[in-house]
Ligand binder design. Structure first.
Ligand code: ATP
Ligand code: MG
Length: 462
């Protein structure tokens, strides 16, 4: 067995990680493990972010205690995970994740020798529960800057992989020499490379950057539910627009959202489509302002281009607008599930935001009042504002809705013509308010079609 590498140890006096910036609960976990005779360190993003002067998102602990040992020490503890067995220690809403030092996975091709490491034929690690030393634990992490340990025994920093030097240089570097094998083991590391480059403002080491476009198809092998979580991390953290541009640059976006990417490829040749960028930018602004952001809106934005084009094609082939939108939404959302699985509780409201778009284009009569009461009205209105900003609908429509929401009942009646006695429109079947997006619409769809068709003022590709 090769000798363990010697770590670089930076004593407390020579680094700026201070206990005053570490969560009280994480400290409690570290002290309790130490007092029970175990090695215990803060590791990963928490240490990295403290060194960079950022506020860590969460604090992860690594220890030589097994998950069962950890459970002996903490009553408020639950063991989770199959792929990685972990202990979660609960303090009200805060969870401190405690992981046992793990050995690097058994090299590809030698599996079958240890039931605790399970690899797929392509080298992907499916289960990885071989415990090891802290040195081994460092080597199996993803990037050098993510493998720094803050040791509670003497408050020193422990660096086995050159992470401190890379942190100073602003460089994201995968641990180990065989970059391609590290991506194959876990293709999500490609997304993490793009994400940390944006989050930290780091450059990706050229050797780690070069294989990304060629290896991007490996994302197809990652479970679609895991990719959902990764997409949220990419686009709900305040740097979504930047992440989107990076992912497209490396050809990774096409493997997360193939239908959207195909639309954007086409549009790029004429003039850049700004809808997705605008939507991500506005999400970033909300995150940075501390406002809430929700997955249905995000995925609504990310998938709107294919929905819009499919909707238009169906209208052109004579479908009624409500049918066309229902079908386009269904097709695009179902196809997307194969790549990034959107849980049902988010998929339903996402489709509602879309289905309200053509309804927002119908301003006469009692429909607008009914729409105001729709649970998804606000999100659909925000979505409409984005479409207007992106030049896809007449901004006057969005302004109308802005005024309509603030107007008093008399003005609302004037705006919709609802107060006037209208001439009976005999050719249309009467339809109850609020049932618009359901079945075949009584509307001819011409008003909606005109607004939905291409971008307002674009000269029209229709
Ligand atoms: P943040 O929480 O700010 O997104 P992080 O670095 O803490 O960043 P986590 O996903 O919380 O990221 O993971 C914690 C640590 O676990 C990482 O810093 C890294 O050391 C290790 N890790 C996470 N995912 C992987 C992976 N796919 N391959 C190898 N190591 C990983
Ligand atoms: Mg973390």
């Amino acid at each position: 067995m090769p000798a363990e590498p010697e770590p670089l140890i930076v004593p407390r006096a020579e680094h700026k990680v201070s206990r005053s910036n570490i969560s009280q609960n994480a400290l409690k976990v570290l002290y309790r493990l130490r007092d029970a005779g175990h090695a215990a360190c803060l590791v990963g993003g928490g240490v990295r972010d403290l060194l960079l002067g950022h506020e860590p998102k969460d604090f992860d602990v690594a220890t030589d205690a097994t998950p069962e040992d950890v459970r002996q020490v903490f009553r408020n503890c639950r063991l989770i995970g199959r792929r990685f067995r972990l202990a979660h220690v609960f303090f009200g809403p805060e969870i401190i994740e405690v992981a046992t030092f793990r050995a690097s996975a058994i090299p590809a091709g030698q599996d079958g020798t240890d039931a605790d490491t399970v690899r797929a034929e392509n080298g992907m690690i499916l289960r990885d529960n071989v415990y090891g030393s802290i040195a081994e634990d460092a080597l199996r992490r993803d990037f050098t800057v993510n493998a720094l340990y803050y040791n509670i025994a003497d408050f020193s920093l422990v660096d086995y992989v050159g992470g401190l030097a890379d942190l100073r240089a602003g460089r994201l570097k995968l641990i180990g020499d065989d970059v391609e094998a590290r991506y194959r083991e876990d293709p999500v590391r490609m997304l993490r490379a793009a994400r940390f480059a944006c989050k930290l403002g780091f450059m990706i080491d050229p050797a780690c950057e070069a294989p990304l476009p060629a290896l991007a198809p490996l994302l197809a092998e990652v479970p679609a539910a895991r990719l959902f979580e990764e997409v949220l991390k990419l686009f709900h953290a305040g740097y979504g627009l930047h992440a989107f541009e990076k992912l497209r640059h490396y050809g990774l976006f096409a493997h997360l959202f193939p239908a959207t990417d195909a639309c954007l490829q086409q549009e790029d040749q004429d003039f850049p489509n700004v809808f997705v960028s605008r939507g991500l930018d506005s999400t970033d602004q909300r995150v940075l302002a501390g406002k809430s952001v929700v997955p249905p809106f995000l995925f609504g934005v990310l998938l709107w281009e294919p929905v819009r084009l499919r909707y238009q094609a169906l209208l052109d082939s004579g479908a009624a607008w409500a049918d066309a939108m229902a079908l386009a939404s269904h097709e695009v959302a179902s196809e997307q599930q194969r790549h990034v699985a959107i849980p049902k509780r988010f998929g339903m409201p996402m489709r509602e935001i879309w289905s309200l778009q053509p309804r927002l284009e119908r301003r006469q009569g009692r429909r607008p009042m009914a729409l105001l009461g729709h649970p998804r009205f606000r999100a659909a209105y925000d979505f409409l504002l984005l479409r207007a900003e992106a030049g896809e609908v007449d901004p006057e429509l969005a302004e109308w809705w802005t005024r309509f929401q603030d107007a008093n009942p008399t003005d609302r009646a004037k705006m919709t013509g609802a107060g006037k006695k209208r001439r009976p429109r005999r050719r249309r079947k009467p339809k109850s308010a609020g049932s618009g997006s359901g079945g075949p619409g009584g509307d001819t769809g011409t008003e909606g079609a005109a607004v939905m068709h291409g971008r307002a003022g674009s000269g029209g590709d229709d």
